[in-house]
Write a protein that binds this ligand. Structure first.
Ligand code: PLP
Length: 299
């Protein structure tokens, strides 16, 4: 792993030793999860969705009342950490190139102190490659309330990618304890599909005589607007595919021709079962969605 620190967020990035401590014990990222972050994918040294990630980081930071480092500063931090990182890892099945996972976080800092940011670069883990290859079974889990109700309540940080992922991780643990590999949140009232614990939900309807149609839940309804889903939809639209936003219900996933969890590092992960019911996967479509996401031909 390699790391750079931007402290304060308006300052210059500096390369740091990731093996050394850099966070104070009273830092509010640590004590309260009070901060925001982005996870990016780097392919052959290029963060191909950088602008979308920086825009979402700025939106998250703005709603949370935090300053964000400029795109130029983040790019400089990324370049120096990538330089110091190892060669990355390779997905032998997909053969996309050298892959790195990048995490860019902003903390409110110590009480009375200054917000600061840091960036880490690591090889993409083997579990991500396995998920792309083998897919995941999911459990639909009640989100407890409809996040659309939070949309006008900025203190609930609607659609913000906060550092407080304890609930998301608890959902994945719950799914695993109950025989599935990942979790998808639904509303309690009408069981509308929201998003995965760390991903967006995309499904496809195919007809022999027409281009496939991709569907995803409405991003404006209190869920995180996924940069991967957006990139896939933009490219699919340019290829003449149909693209549409939900609402989607469990039945839509069970009757779809294929369903994926999309996210920046795992890319397009096929869903193999929903609540114990097997659903079809489509390896050709999965490859196409992956190419839509990372760019094909690459560049
Ligand atoms: N929804 C949630 C809750 C997430 O945590 C993530 C990614 O971490 C996503 C959706 C997908 O976002 P992206 O495609 O930008 O990685």
């Amino acid at each position: 792993m390699a790391a750079a620190v931007i402290a304060p967020v308006t300052g210059e990035p500096r390369l740091v030793d990731p093996g050394r401590p850099h966070v104070g014990l009273e830092d509010q990222a640590l004590t309260r999860g009070d901060g925001v972050f982005e996870t990016m994918h780097v392919l052959d040294g290029r963060a191909y969705k950088f602008a979308a990630h920086h825009a979402r980081l700025c939106t998250s930071a703005g709603i949370a009342g935090l300053p964000a480092p400029s795109a130029q500063t983040c790019r400089a931090a990324l370049a120096m950490a990538l330089d110091a990182a190892g060669p990355g890892s390779r997905d032998t099945a997909l053969d996309l190139g050298a892959e790195h996972s990048v995490k860019l976080s902003i903390s409110r800092g110590e009480p009375g102190g200054e917000p600061w940011a840091w960036l880490t670069v690591s090889p993409v883990p083997e579990q991500a490659f396995a998920a792309r290859r083998d897919g995941v079974s999911v459990l639909l889990l009640d989100r407890g309330h409809d996040p659309a109700e939070d949309a006008e309540l900025p203190w609930l940080l609607p659609g913000v990618k906060t550092l407080s992922y304890a609930v998301n991780m608890a959902a994945v643990r719950h799914a695993r304890a109950h025989g599935a590999q990942d979790a998808v949140f639904t509303t309690s009232t009408d069981r509308r599909i929201l998003e995965g614990a760390t991903s967006s939900v995309v499904c496809a309807r195919t007809r022999d005589d027409a281009a496939p149609t991709l569907l995803t839940p409405e991003p404006s309804r209190g869920i995180l607007p996924g940069t991967s889903q957006a990139r896939i939809f933009d490219t699919a639209r340019r290829h003449g595919w149909g693209v549409d936003h939900g609402p989607l219900y469990p039945e839509d996933l069970l009757t779809a021709d294929a369903v994926w969890l999309t996210s920046s590092v795992r890319l397009a992960v096929p869903v193999t079962a929903v609540d114990g019911h097997e659903i079809p996967t489509d390896p050709v479509l999965t490859r196409t969605l992956t190419d839509f996401l990372v760019g094909s031909p690459r560049g």
